[in-house]
Design a binder for this molecule. Structure first.
Ligand code: ASP
Ligand code: MG
Length: 463
């Protein structure tokens, strides 16, 4: 088989773990052609984010930089045995740190950063990681080459921070650059999370983007499977930090998994499944640290086990609910259009929408960080128009959802759900169910959300 295997930050977080990853690659390389995608080592991206927050204020970043350098150097020192390979990767790493420090100094001196310079800084996590992993593979006698996403062929638009790959061009370049290498038995280790524009500027594709890199590579290179290696046994029926008795979900269709990803179950990049779904390539989510677990298989098959109504209960926090009301909104076409185009123009993403049948109010959810902006642009755009009377908001709310194909066409799901919730005396503030019927979502006070998840997990997830 031809397989893309992506390793998350935790999987490559220290010497021992890199050794473990290299073993997994070696074992699988005897019978398969592999393309490897790596995230930044451990929490490196979080530290780089700290840098891009501090540097434009003129704050000193030396401590973070020194620690990152030490972390990477120690990992190289302890992981690579062959002197030649070690010196080579050490040198590459040193050059990157020198360049990184120079960029950071520039930002501190000028007290100025741009989305472009931010992406440049953020890219170092993965750019440092790939050569280390490739060197480890060489050290173990495999033939490997480290490439940045951009150099491998991932070309994006120039929306820095959240760039979108230009698929046709990317496919062409990836095949040109990689196919012959793969045929020769060379294992490419490619940085997740980053690409470049046609003008050769480095871009990032959004947090958690390495999953997306993996599926994109998989689709463009026509692989048989895509494996996302992480630190849990697969996608779980609920967040294990909230609940103890979670279950690994063994099978999910692309549609079900998309609903879960959107609702933030295992922080998967929201667009990560698109390329795999489109090319119909199975995605396996597996644990790097537990060989015994089969993980979660996501493909085009809908499997609903008997009496399994929901497969997961998910939650998102950090959102705000806005309610727009006015008696004259009823029967007045175009109000919803106005609201959403105002938000769209201001780059404010809407997470969930509901309108009462009286039409006199529309409620929707947005990211909490955009609340102030949303309120001001809506006030400017709507309140002087005599139609909208009031704009209210709440910012301590969570969305709780149940997800699963078993809900489709099953009657009584909503009643069981709200029964379970009302038994806990939890107040429901807003409800939405898409017509896919794969997801039923509602809004509660953030402080009630854990209790809500527990009761729904008890009610719907088969033990
Ligand atoms: N290193 C990036 C992040 O932490 C990308 C990834 O890990 O997927 O968001
Ligand atoms: Mg990461």
């Amino acid at each position: 088989m031809k397989i893309v295997i992506k390793f998350g930050g935790t999987s490559v977080g220290n010497t021992e773990r890199i050794e473990n990853v290299a073993r997994i690659i070696k074992e699988n390389s005897t019978e398969n052609q592999l393309i490897i995608v790596t995230s930044a080592l451990g929490e490196t991206t979080d530290y780089l984010i700290e840098i891009i927050e501090k540097a434009p204020k003129g704050d000193n970043c030396d401590e973070i930089l020194v620690n990152l350098e030490k972390y990477h150097n120690e990992t190289i020192e302890n992981s690579i045995k062959n002197d030649h390979v070690k010196n080579d990767v050490k040198e590459r790493t040193q050059k990157m740190f020198d360049a990184l420090k120079k960029s950071v100094e520039g930002i501190i001196t000028l007290k100025q950063a741009t989305p472009k310079s931010n992406d440049q800084i953020l890219s170092y996590g993965e750019r440092l990681a790939a050569p280390i992993l490739a060197a480890k593979l060489e050290d173990m006698g495999l033939n490997s080459i480290a490439l940045t996403g951009g150099d491998a062929g991932i070309i994006t638009d120039d929306k820095f921070g959240e760039a979108t790959p230009l698929i046709k061009l990317t496919k062409h370049r990836l095949q040109n650059n990689l196919d012959s290498k793969i045929e020769k038995g060379i294992i490419p280790v490619i940085t997740g999370f980053i690409g470049k524009t046609q003008e050769e500027e480095i871009t990032t594709i959004g947090r958690g983007g390495s999953d997306y890199t993996a599926t994109l590579l998989g689709a463009c290179l026509n692989v048989d499977e895509i494996w996302i290696m992480t630190d849990v046994d697969g996608l779980l029926s609920a967040d294990p930090r909230i609940l103890e008795n979670t279950k690994v979900i063994t099978n999910l269709s692309y549609e079900e998994a998309t609903e879960m990803a959107v609702m933030g179950a295992k922080s998967m990049h929201p667009r990560a499944l698109e390329p795999a779904k489109e090319a119909n390539i199975p995605v396996r989510i597996k644990n790097s640290f537990n060989k015994k677990s089969d993980g979660t298989l996501i493909n085009d098959t809908v499997i609903v086990n008997e009496k399994e109504i929901a497969k997961a209960v998910t939650r998102i926090n950090g959102i705000a609910m806005i309610n727009v009301t006015g008696m004259n909104m009823a029967g007045n076409p175009g109000i919803a259009g106005q609201i959403f185009s105002i938000l769209g123009r201001n780059e404010i993403n809407i997470i969930m929408i509901s309108q009462s049948i009286s039409e006199s109010n529309i409620t929707f959810l947005i990211n909490k960080s955009k609340l102030t902006k949303a309120l001001s642009v809506l006030e400017i755009g709507l309140l002087n128009k005599e139609i909208v009377k009031e704009i209210k908001f709440e910012d301590e709310v969570s969305v709780v959802s149940i997800v699963g194909a078993g809900m489709k066409g099953t009657h009584g799901v909503a009643s069981r759900l709200f029964n379970a919730i009302s038994k806990k005396e939890i107040n429901v503030k807003m409800i939405a169910q898409g017509s896919s019927q794969l997801n039923l979502s509602f809004v509660v006070n953030e402080s009630d959300s854990v209790e809500a998840i527990k009761s729904l997990h008890d009610e719907f997830i088969k033990k």
